[in-house]
Design a protein around this ligand. Structure first.
Ligand SMILES: NC(=O)c1ccc[n+]([C@@H]2O[C@H](COP(=O)([O-])OP(=O)(O)OC[C@H]3O[C@@H](n4cnc5c(N)ncnc54)[C@H](OP(=O)(O)O)[C@@H]3O)[C@@H](O)[C@H]2O)c1
Length: 211
């Protein structure tokens, strides 16, 4: 698959080597244009390229929103059309971990808010519920591991699940975007375990969280 990132920071740089190792192509973007990503792209090797946001959204099979909360609106506005795109949303309404870092969005779910920024896109929430280095460690490990995901569109979840499986993790669907917003946010029942759970543990925790 072609996986495009809005943003080329910590999240994108953690995931890219895993995606490349699994045979995917990666397209990176940032706020300063593809030229500014030349050195990073060279470091990350074959299968990685840079583009502007509009070109990337046009080309990618799956787009990952890897921008800070406060930058996401202006970042996604650079692509004219989101209709029908499959979008992974790992963003949180936070500036940093802990209660001080929470950005007030009036009690709404963060992906509910993000979905309005990418009209017509099929949003899948995942990769938002542990610190980035935990995903890096988990995906690098040969131990069995699970990744939770949530969304409202079955076909989009199937495609993102296939991507997750290609990275060596078992995808575990926690339900709708609204349910995922609650279970996967900071303080949510499935969040901040500080490791990637084994598939059986993840299923048990999900079952205990929803009964
Ligand atoms: N920190 C964690 O442990 C953690 C865990 C789970 C999820 N998340 C979420 O993951 C997301 C990404 O976090 P991160 O730590 O990877 O961020 P980061 O390292 O700060 O990188 C942000 C990237 O966004 C780009 N960007 C900013 N404005 C842009 C624009 N207008 N157009 C295109 N690109 C733009 C930046 O490009 P420039 O350098 O050119 O400005 C940069 O490449 C956040 O929403 C965060 O909440 C974080």
């Amino acid at each position: 698959m072609k996986v495009g990132f809005v943003g080329a920071g910590r999240m994108a740089q953690m995931l890219t080597p895993h995606l490349v190792a699994a045979g995917h192509q990666v397209i990176l973007t940032n706020s300063r244009g593809p030229e500014s990503l030349k050195d990073l792209v060279a470091t990350l090797g074959t299968g990685v390229s840079a583009a502007n946001v509009a070109q990337m959204v046009e080309a990618a099979d799956i787009v990952v929103l890897a921008t800070p909360w406060g930058k996401t609106k202006e970042a996604v506005a650079q692509a004219p059309v989101w209709d029908g795109r499959i979008v992974i949303d790992p963003t949180n309404n936070r500036t940093k971990p802990g209660p001080d870092g929470l950005i007030d969005i009036g009690g709404r779910g963060s992906s509910e808010v993000v979905a309005e920024l990418v009209p017509g896109a099929q949003l899948v929430k995942t990769l938002n519920y542990e610190p980035i280095p935990i995903y890096g460690q988990g995906l690098s490990s040969t131990e069995p591991k699970a990744l939770f995901l949530a969304g409202d569109n079955a076909a989009a979840k199937a495609k993102v699940s296939a991507l997750i499986a290609s990275l060596g993790a078992e995808p575990i669907d926690v339900g709708s975007l609204a349910v995922g917003d609650q279970l996967l946010k900071g303080g949510g029942a499935l969040a901040m375990k500080m490791r990637l759970l084994k598939p059986d543990e993840a299923r048990e925790l999900l079952s205990a969280s929803t009964t």
